[in-house]
Ligand binder design. Structure first.
Ligand code: SF4
Length: 363
């Protein structure tokens, strides 16, 4: 926790909703599993929620630090509206402190900065650029839940869907808020959630709240779930941990939840680490398939065969990809394989943008 300092004694942003007052007079934020307990003038670990006047404020409400158009496959999301063009936005701050973060300039910036963008303006920008969805990404979106929810509600009214790219380090309150506007979430494990890894490289005690949140999202919302797992060579590439995670997903979320094993690239404070060898990712892939998962992917290795979606019924390629591009799409409008009729859970239709360049800087 940090003191806001004497210069910040008036409220900024908007009063938060995800918090409660404790009997000892302190304020407890309930937006993420850190559950920071804050006194007057203090801000939480994330740097964007602080107490002023006995209330918790979302200091970055309507302050967007990054805004880009990119493909839904970059999130990565493969089974929801493939080929879509997505308006991706972020504020500053984060509930985690990953030592390899590729967006550290945004996520580890403990300052209230960014372009003023009210919820209506954010949705209008997405509409004007032909985006089918809005992603709350680059930093952990639960920390700016009230803003994301206000954007997301307007987006829904205008036929635009909402995606969280999230660490899943949530609470029952933040999952309930998701249920109000979210269509899709990709929950991003690192090092398969192994305790020794997340303690040292992320600064959280353990991954338990992520598992709990996934169960709640599944049981209490209709949000489409995908799982990613960043495999960090030497320190976060345990095959036992990957097996344990795969079995948990199979047992608790079912065999049809897509799982992506992502290649690590050195960044931020872990520049001395190598990229993940492709063979390591392939071993993780095999373990997840052996655990019974139907849709397993290798990510950040363009051209790898495990970028494609294969039909669990006939093994033919349902969706052929190269990087973020879709080269062929062999599903009918009900999500059935055109070769054998196997019904997949993939939510279409294929976007008209699927074969186009979907990268653009907006803000
Ligand atoms: S979002 Fe998480 S880190 Fe930020 S103040 Fe709330 S509990 Fe703390």
């Amino acid at each position: 926790m940090t003191s806001l300092g004497s210069q910040l004694v008036k409220p900024m942003g908007k009063e938060a909703e995800l918090y409660r007052r404790l009997p000892n007079g302190r304020i407890q934020c309930t937006a993420c599993a850190r559950n920071c307990q804050l006194g007057e003038g203090q801000i939480g670990f994330c740097g964007v929620r602080g107490v002023v006047g006995g209330k918790l404020w979302l200091l970055v409400y309507g302050k967007v630090m990054a805004g880009h158009i990119d493909p839904i496959e970059k999130k990565p999301v493969m089974h929801y509206r493939p080929g879509s063009r997505i308006f991706s936005i972020a504020t500053t701050g984060c509930s985690w402190r990953c030592l390899y973060c590729q967006n550290y300039d945004i996520s580890q910036r403990r300052k209230v900065e960014g372009k003023a963008l009210d919820p209506d303006e954010a949705v209008t920008l997405a509409e004007q650029r032909g985006c089918e969805g809005i992603a709350y990404t680059y930093n952990e979106p639960s920390i700016f839940m009230e803003y994301a929810r206000d954007v997301g509600r307007i987006a829904h009214k205008r036929g635009i869907f909402n995606i969280f790219v999230s660490n899943g380090y949530d609470t029952p309150s933040s999952v309930a808020a998701m249920g109000e506007f979210l269509d899709c979430i990709t929950v991003d494990f690192k090092g398969s959630g192994e305790t020794s890894f997340v303690r040292k490289y992320i600064s959280i005690p353990n991954a338990d709240p992520i598992f709990q949140s996934l169960l709640e999202i599944k049981e209490k919302t209709k949000v489409h779930i995908e799982i990613t797992d960043l495999i960090v060579p030497q320190v976060g590439d345990s095959l036992e941990a990957a097996e344990k995670l795969s079995k948990w997903i199979y047992d608790n979320l079912g065999p049809d939840v897509p799982v992506h094993f992502l290649r690590f690239h050195p960044d931020y404070m872990m520049m001395e680490f190598p990229v993940t060898p492709v063979e390591t990712l392939e071993r993780h892939y095999q373990i997840a398939k052996k655990a019974g998962l139907n849709y397993v992917y290798v990510g950040n290795v363009p051209g790898h065969p495990a970028e494609n979606t294969y039909c669990p019924g006939c093994s033919k390629v349902l969706i052929r990809r190269h990087g973020y591009y879709i080269l062929s799409y062999n599903l009918d409008e009900d999500g059935k394989c055109v070769f054998c009729g196997y019904k997949t859970p993939i939510v279409g239709p294929l976007s008209r943008w699927a074969r186009e360049d979907r990268f653009q800087s907006v803000l």
